[in-house]
Design a protein around this ligand. Structure first.
Ligand code: B12
Length: 313
């Protein structure tokens, strides 16, 4: 960045270019954390001043050194940063008052326990075998729901923020996703379940490759002795309909991750059976209100509980 100039007033596009951040990310930071432009031209066009840019540079330096965007924004607000000189060596900025959450450029895990910090380090080091062994150990020690909520969710969210900020980190996303998928499926298949004819169908919606929460539901059901079939990610509605007709499941769980990607109204096209399977949906990708009779799960525990009510015999 150039030296601080008190006359400076730039648009979001120019600010984004100077800071090396996507304009959409700057708008999100403004909306979500209140770290945005302090000036308005003609009462509507927002302009970043030199002080705004210094604040954003400081925030970016904190994120690059491993802190979450939320913690970095909080540490930035209310500070006089006109003297701040950005150093692009990716180290912690001088004078930072927030605690370190990991070394160097690792996935941030503020407030997390030893096991989560270990997993974040293994993920950042691309050590997939270590990731798998930490997840496996946690599943055996504390079970599926606490492993998902306490160990994996904070790291997945942090990886998502890293991607949103820098459009990079896809390799750590893949390393961790593969380890989660392999350990949850192994846990599910190695756990003894009842061999009743009726089953539960799981999958994620068409066009969506996110399926980790689906594996978490599968492992959670297996832990309760309930059999399931995971149809994978991106399942077309017609194929899902065929499977429902062929297998007569007790319940169907459908995940949709990408925002507003799946229309709840499509669920009315699923075949009608006697008795009808309980349809449970989850994830931030669902658009419109769910049709009558469709249940919405807000977390892993409620998804497993809603399915268990109709699937355990
Ligand atoms: C892992 C991951 C991937 C992996 C998935 C691997 C796999 N086998 O599943 C891969 C690399 C394939 C991937 C691909 C992409 N991804 Co992605 N991904 C993620 C990541 C890091 C975790 C996903 C996840 O499992 N989330 C589970 C939890 C963490 O989701 P959540 O929404 O926070 O959970 C909320 C609720 O749903 C509830 N909840 C939590 N757990 C559970 C469990 C159950 C059962 C229930 C019911 C509820 C529940 O609690 C939370 C509310 O506080 C997220 C980041 C994130 N925060 O989710 C990005 C994210 C979802 N991906 C994103 C994007 C953009 C993509 C790509 C388009 C990237 C690209 N350019 O290619 C592609 C999508 C391709 C496609 N067509 O689907 C964006 C989505 C933005 C949006 N508009 O919705 C995110 C949010 C990253 C970001 N911050 O930008 N991704």
């Amino acid at each position: 960045m150039e030296p601080v100039n008190s006359e400076l007033s730039v648009t979001v596009a120019v600010a984004a270019r100077r800071l090396g951040i996507a304009p959409a990310t700057l708008r999100t930071w403004d909306r979500r954390y209140g770290v945005g432009p302090s000036q308005r031209v003609d009462g509507k066009n927002r302009r970043y001043s030199a002080a705004d840019l210094a604040r954003l540079d400081y925030m970016t330096a904190l994120i690059r050194s491993g802190h979450s965007p939320a913690a970095s924004a909080a540490a930035t607000l209310g500070q006089d940063l006109t003297e701040f000189k950005p150093d692009h060596s990716q180290g912690e900025p001088t004078g930072s008052r927030i605690g370190r959450s990991g070394g160097g450029n690792v996935v941030a895990t503020p407030g997390c326990d030893r096991r989560a910090r270990g997993l974040a380090k293994a993920t950042s080091a691309l050590d997939q075998a270590a990731c798998a062994s930490i997840i496996n150990e946690s599943l055996k020690d504390i079970g599926v729901v606490p492993t998902w909520n306490e160990l994996l969710l904070p790291i997945l969210k942090s990886i998502g923020e890293m991607w949103e900020l820098r459009q990079c980190g896809i390799e750590v996303e893949h390393i961790l996703s593969t380890a989660i998928q392999s350990e949850f499926s192994r846990f599910a298949y190695e756990t003894k379940v009842k061999t009743s004819r009726s089953t539960v169908i799981l999958g994620s919606m068409s066009g969506d490759s996110h399926q980790l929460p689906v594996w978490a539901v599968g492992a959670g059901l297996a832990e309760q002795g309930i059999r399931f079939v995971h149809l994978g990610s991106g399942i077309p509605l017609e194929s899902l309909g065929d499977v429902i007709t062929r297998t007569g499941p007790r319940a169907v769980f459908l995940w949709s991750q990408i925002k507003d990607a799946s229309n709840c109204e499509d669920l009315t096209k699923l075949p009608s059976l006697r008795p009808n399977p309980r349809i449970v949906i989850g994830g931030p990708g669902w658009l419109n209100d769910p049709p009558r009779g469709v249940h919405v799960a807000g977390d892993l525990m409620s998804a497993v509980a809603l399915i268990r009510e109709v699937a355990s015999d």
